[in-house]
Write a protein that binds this ligand. Structure first.
Ligand code: NAD
Ligand code: WQD
Length: 345
């Protein structure tokens, strides 16, 4: 079914890629974003990509505002007949969440509660939520499977995702009109193949892929690899990296599947694990430049290795990550090299 989808946080990294897919597949989209970690330029580029791909203007409306602001939400739901919500808006820096837990619980947990209250008042009950593999906690066996219980999280960011999952689960128990997909992302990287949109972190990147890309372009001198003595084949941590375009497509599939009553969780990952050293080597190959690195002490809270069992998403959503590690690297490099300073370039 094609309809009008509200995308909160739609100007951000994953949101912008998802808005492209929604528009290109025939949905109308309303983006609500306060731009606290993104640029409106991203949405101008989204509209350009879609117009180029489809030959028709993108049916995209943008609203600058905050999910914590109930009046803004009520106005938005009154002005647009929303069929479903894809909810990305939130804060996502793990280290910052340790220093500012209240900001994380306010934005991520209270913000989601306010959004759901506004949805309920507007009688919109279909929701896709950006969750994270971090909800499996520190002690879960790999690969992670949705049948595992949520575990002990090691930082307020992770706890906020786990709490929102619980809020949405309780909501679905209370009211069978709700249909909610909890999408547990593994490690999204890469960029749209046009090179027009990509990840644009403010300040020093926390995450591996943008850090590697900024070293390759010369914005930073070297990568610090956090730990070389993990119990993994080469001693560096392993993660399940997936292409952000595959992840974006996963949201389309989840929206299509929202005919069930209640809540369902889905892992969105490739099922493969890749080490930090393998990531560096793959990026060097894609960009044709060396990525200098040194080994540094382990980073607090890092797990040695985790990856997805993605079979539930394959069976129930008909979704699989299809893009290769090479494509993830080539697309990241295209974005980084044509936009060396991100959206400020
Ligand atoms: P991002 O920071 O690029 O995007 C989040 C967007 O939400 C930004 O545009 C930001 O301006 C907006 N926003 C934040 N708080 C808001 C508020 N209160 N009201 C309105 N807009 C607000 O992050 P991303 O990487 O695109 O992540 C999107 C979602 O996916 C987040 O919820 C994040 O926690 C989750 N997630 C991300 C990853 C990852 O590795 N990137 C992994 C797992 C889960
Ligand atoms: C990957 C690997 C680092 C930077 C985090 C959040 C998770 C999810 C995605 C989002 C690790 C190593 C990194 C660097 C390095 N959240 N590394 N040098 O930690 O798996 O997941 O982002 O919203 O909840 O925890 O991803 O990209 O930070 O790190 O050696 O400069 O790269 O130690 O092994 P992570 P990451």
């Amino acid at each position: 079914m094609k309809g009008t989808i509200l995308v909160t946080g739609g100007a951000g990294y994953i949101g912008s890629h998802t808005v492209v897919q929604l528009l290109a597949s025939g949905h109308s989209v309303v983006v609500l974003d306060n731009y606290c970690n993104s640029s409106p330029v991203a949405l101008e580029r989204v509209a350009r990509i879609v117009a180029d791909e489809t030959g028709t203007p993108a049916r995209l409306t943008t609203v600058e505002g905050d999910i914590r602001d109930r009046a803004t939400l009520d106005r938005l739901f009154a002005a647009h007949r929303i069929d479903g919500v894809v909810h990305f808006a939130g804060l996502k820096a793990v280290g910052e969440s340790v220093a500012q837990p209240l900001a994380y619980y306010e934005n991520n947990v209270a913000g989601t509660v306010t959004l759901c209250q506004a949805m309920q008042a507007a009688e919109v009950f279909r929701l896709v939520f950006s969750s994270s593999a971090t909800v499996y906690g520190e002690d879960a066996p790999v690969p992670y499977l949705e049948t595992l219980p949520r575990g002990r999280t090691s930082n307020p960011y992770g706890s906020s995702k786990s709490m929102v999952e619980q809020v949405l689960t309780d909501l679905c128990v209370a009211d069978s009109r709700w249909s909610v997909a909890l999408l547990r992302y593994f490690n999204p990287i890469g960029a749209h193949p046009s090179g027009l949109i990509g990840e644009d972190p403010q300040g020093i990147p926390n995450n591996l892929m943008p850090f590697i890309a900024q070293v390759a372009i010369g914005r930073r001198t070297e990568l610090s690899i956090f730990g070389d003595d993990y119990d993994t084949p080469d001693g560096t941590c392993q993660r399940d990296y997936l292409h952000v375009v595959d992840l974006a497509i996963g949201h389309l599939r989840a929206l299509d599947a929202l005919t069930f009553p209640g809540v369902r969780a889905y892992n969105l990952g490739t099922g493969n694990a890749c080490s930090v050293l393998e990531m560096v080597a793959a990026f060097e190959k894609a960009c044709g430049r060396p990525v200098p690195y040194r080994f540094a002490p382990r980073r607090a809270g890092d797990l040695a290795a985790f990856w997805a069992d993605p079979s539930k998403a394959a069976e129930e959503l008909n979704w699989r990550a299809e893009r290769s590690l090479e494509e993830m690297m080539v697309d990241t490099w295209r974005w980084q090299s044509t936009n060396p300073d991100g959206y400020c370039s």
